[in-house]
Design a protein around this ligand. Structure first.
Ligand SMILES: Nc1ncnc2c1ncn2[C@@H]1O[C@H](COP(=O)(O)OP(=O)(O)OP(=O)(O)O)[C@@H](O)[C@H]1O
Ligand SMILES: [Mg+2]
Length: 248
């Protein structure tokens, strides 16, 4: 069983879209998958459930107001289980600032239920604060979605520095499973990005690139994985092969 965080402090690079579509493809193959929405914006929760309220969310779990087993709900059309988020999560950095062991709260909670799953995906917020540190401490690996049009070496440096701080400061070694190229429009730009990534860092880039495809966005707003919304579209096919690649 592996726990995988999808991270990039840059906003709008398809962290949430990648988390829920990869998880849905794995679930469709019969795997038992849990998605944790660790973003106060709650995009994954909204994509799956629309505007619904929940008795127990990841906020309650992290602040010891609720049990993790009570926060898990079925992700309906997506086939996976989910722990939803809510806006209150945005205050958690301050709320937990004086809490001993605050970086390992999510890990301790996931340890209680991880044996029920073949994989857990954590959809992170566009920041590298305490929430993302909790995600990293609970994960074996990360996946970094990147939009090639907005690619920056400085951004990758910042993520790798964070991983180094986690290793040196908190004693947890975490791997980079790979970079996912998302929302690409121009294949030539991709080649430049791959060259930079492999030349400077030796980071693996998954072969399945995700094109900018309106059906991917429409699926999001229709509360469906793209594989169900428009199974033959380029976005669905790309996410299908990406899911297989990541699982290997
Ligand atoms: N391949 C794609 N083609 C078209 N639109 C896409 C694609 N991938 C994602 N989008 C759209 O781009 C927007 C941002 O995607 P998403 O919410 O997944 O990014 P994010 O990295 O999770 O953002 P944030 O940093 O705010 O959490 C959404 O409206 C989503 O539907
Ligand atoms: Mg997101």
């Amino acid at each position: 069983m592996s726990v995988l965080s999808v991270i990039n402090h840059k906003g709008g690079v398809a962290k949430t879209t990648t988390s829920i579509n990869v998880a849905a493809n794995w679930a469709a193959q019969g795997k038992k998958v849990l998605v944790v929405d660790l973003d106060p914006q709650s995009s994954a929760t909204h994509a799956v459930f629309g505007n619904r309220d929940f008795d127990t969310t990841i906020y309650d779990v992290l602040t010891n107001r609720g049990r993790i087993s009570d926060a898990i709900i079925s992700g309906e059309n997506f086939g996976f289980d989910m722990i939803p988020s809510e806006l209150l999560l945005s205050g958690v950095d301050i709320e937990l600032a004086a809490h001993y062991g605050r970086e390992r709260i999510l890990k301790r909670q996931l340890d209680l239920i991880r044996r029920d799953y073949d994989a857990i995906i954590i959809d992170c917020s566009p920041s590298l604060g305490l929430l993302t540190v909790n995600a990293l401490m609970a994960s074996q690996d990360i996946i970094i979605p990147i939009c090639p049009e907005y690619f920056s070496i400085k951004g990758i440096d910042l993520i790798l520095d964070t991983l180094k701080n986690i290793r040196v400061g908190l004693g947890h070694k975490i791997g980079v499973r790979g970079v996912v190229i998302t929302r690409y429009r121009n294949r030539k730009v991709i080649n430049d990005v791959i060259e930079k990534l492999s030349a400077k860092y030796g980071i693996h880039v998954f072969d399945s690139f995700i094109p900018d495809n309106i059906a991917v966005e429409e699926a999001h707003h229709n509360h469906l994985p793209v594989s169900k919304y428009s199974p033959r579209c380029k976005g669905a096919q790309a996410y299908c092969s990406l899911s297989e690649e990541i699982w290997q």
